[in-house]
Design a protein around this ligand. Structure first.
Ligand SMILES: Cc1cc2nc3c(=O)[nH]c(=O)nc-3n(C[C@H](O)[C@H](O)[C@H](O)COP(=O)(O)OP(=O)(O)OC[C@H]3O[C@@H](n4cnc5c(N)ncnc54)[C@H](O)[C@@H]3O)c2cc1C
Ligand code: SF4
Length: 549
């Protein structure tokens, strides 16, 4: 294909992704130097459209960034009032008293928020400071100058399905920065490229992930308890996979109901969406939701590797922020505060470098801050929880993980030193022949819904004439390798029903990719056992249109 000519624009800092990490970086840069030129590029149709989090927000990040966020009207208004944790069986549940939980698990002082709305508000704060924000600008390529990251390509539109430029093709622009920040969140496509090119994960444990699915419900006001936070573990996953649920009562009689499945599960017959569906029929949950309305659905991967899996976060000209580095505190299921703190730290490092007349080098002060500052203190203490869960299962992992966190809290030492994460989640997938298929009940259309009906509640949309943004490195692998060996698990792990194996009478099975349904969760890129699926950005503005996720 002929070389594409693009216009370019120069900035001090180019930021990919208007999540909490990218927006915090933008705000901090302009706080430090109002003259600095800063642009934030976001693939969603608007800021917040692709944001999906729990979310119980630890305000530590916001406090550090915008100390007067309350006066400035941040949509952070529902303090946590009740904090409950249950071990769940098929017909009942056992409450674990709060005093048994290590203090760091306490949600006192935290808030139930829509991170989509928090990001919308943060974008307003950034724009008031003079940050340029470009929604609908998917960043599809890194621009290099030799071995230095110089910028990104954003805003390419209008390719035909075969990749050739269609009518009305727009080549997009190159946006060059003295520094480029990648705030793409979990498993970003450009972040992945940069990590591979500069070997940033060498010597670190593999990153681990979970798949989080979430619905927003409007429920009977009688059953609604604003500020209540509920977490569960146990049924229906039991021994098949790690994970658990969250139920957060925000305001306006709305409840966030979410379910996370750790992606290191072995049984390729496991169907995460069906596990979520089954969970909603637990008597405790069914009673809460009965008579209510599901008003939105979505899914997103969550990073779970924590301290051991953090890659080096810098390379010449580029810094990786937030969940690109994997800054989630797994037992607390919290990463937003660290995403904000990482954006702030990267901004401060870039500001100092620019003041010294530097540009396009490694912001090693940022990487050092990640490993020594408040983020490190948050993540180091809980570093063994995930490996203990993986090694000893639910009960053993909970008990030992709890003991390890108590020891870290009281004496500042972890009983188990630093445990390692073994295989990647893709490698953890076992052969289909070694596991029994799992039977899942049918949806009732009241509490539980089939996958495609639910996907319509993500308001996802992709222009059909463009090339599929889900690329197969080898188109034969799904049928020749994954189907016989793993019963092609893409059919099940995708929470949006994008992948199908179609077996029509007498014909060979075909692998079909309904990319229009994709909700950008990134699970296929993570879990495909052959690592054959490469998630890339579709054209800007496509994808889910989440309301207050
Ligand atoms: C189900 C679930 C529940 C969670 N619960 C909580 C919780 O209760 N509390 C908590 O603190 N944390 C929680 N987390 C974790 C938290 O959401 C993450 O830590 C946080 O979102 C990370 O922020 P980020 O800015 O790094 O990335 P993100 O929030 O993912 O933002 C990345 C942004 O970049 C955009 N983008 C990505 N690639 C490109 C590209 N190439 N071009 C342009 N734009 C791009 C995306 O569209 C998105 O808007 C949860 C996560 C999940 C999935
Ligand atoms: S195609 Fe991949 S990224 Fe899209 S929804 Fe399915 S698993 Fe998630």
């Amino acid at each position: 294909m002929a070389e594409i000519e693009r216009e370019s624009m120069e900035y001090d800092v180019v930021i990919v992704g208007a999540g909490p990490a990218g927006l915090s970086a933008a705000i901090r840069l302009k706080q430090l130097d109002p003259e600095m030129s800063v642009v934030v590029l976001e693939k969603g149709s608007e800021v917040g459209a692709h944001i999906l989090s729990g979310a119980v927000l630890d305000p530590a990040g916001l406090d550090a960034l915008i100390p007067d966020w309350r006066q400035k009207g941040a949509p952070v208004t529902v303090p946590v009032r009740e904090d409950k944790f249950y071990m769940v069986g098929p017909a009942g549940q056992l409450g674990i008293p709060n005093w048994m939980m290590p203090p760091l698990m306490n949600n006192h002082g935290n808030y139930i928020v829509s991170m989509g709305n928090v990001c919308r508000w943060m974008a307003e704060q950034a724009e008031e400071l003079g940050v340029e924000i470009g929604p609908g600008m998917a960043c599809s390529e890194i621009v290099y100058d030799g071995d230095t990251v110089k910028g990104v390509v954003a805003g390419e539109f209008g390719r035909n399905a075969d990749g050739t430029p269609g009518d009305g093709y727009e080549p997009g622009m190159e946006l060059h920065g003295k520094y480029v920040f990648l705030g793409e969140g979990v498993r970003g496509s450009l972040t992945k490229e940069v990590m591979e090119k500069f070997s940033l994960s060498d010597g670190r444990d593999p990153q681990k992930f979970g798949l989080g699915m979430k619905e927003i419900w409007e429920i009977d006001p009688e059953k609604h308890h604003e500020g209540r936070v509920v977490h569960t573990m146990g049924w229906p996953l039991n021994g098949n996979a790690g994970g658990g649920s969250f139920i957060y009562h925000l305001d306006n009689n709305q409840v966030y109901v979410g379910f996370v499945v750790h992606l290191n599960y072995q049984n390729p017959h496991l169907y995460p969406y069906m596990e979520f569906r089954r969970f909603k029929h637990h008597p405790m949950v069914a009673e809460l939701l009965k008579g209510g309305n599901r008003i939105a659905y979505g899914a997103r991967a969550i990073s779970e590797g924590g301290w051991q899996s953090m890659p080096k976060a810098v390379a010449p000209g580029v810094a990786i922020l937030g969940c690109g580095v994997g800054l989630v505190n797994v037992p607390r299921i919290k990463g937003n505060h660290n995403a904000m703190l990482s954006g702030k730290a990267a901004a401060e490092a870039a500001y100092a470098a620019l003041q010294d007349g530097r540009s396009s080098d490694e912001l090693s002060a940022y990487d050092a801050e990640l490993r020594d500052g408040p983020i490190a203190q948050d993540l180091r203490k809980v570093r063994n929880v995930k490996p203990l869960w993986s090694k000893y299962g639910l009960l053993g992992g909970l008990a030992l993980g709890g003991a390890d966190m108590w020891a870290a809290n009281i004496a500042g030492v972890n009983l188990f030193g630093t445990m390692r994460h073994g295989k990647s989640d893709a490698q953890a997938t076992g052969k289909a022949s070694k596991f029994k298929p799992i039977e899942y009940p049918k949806p009732d259309g009241k509490l539980s819904f089939d996958r495609l009906t639910n996907v319509s509640f993500s308001m996802t949309n992709h222009e059909e004439s463009q090339p599929a943004h889900l690329q197969l490195k080898d188109t034969s692998v799904p049928i020749s390798v994954n189907l016989p060996t793993y019963a092609e698990p893409a059919q099940r792990y995708c929470p949006a029903g994008v992948y199908e194996v179609v077996e029509e009478d007498g014909a060979d099975p075909r692998f079909v990719i309904n990319f229009q349904n994709c909700v950008h969760c990134k699970t296929c890129d993570i879990k495909d056992p052959s690592q054959n699926i490469h998630w890339t950005v579709p054209q800007g503005g496509d994808g889910p249109n989440y309301p207050n996720m």
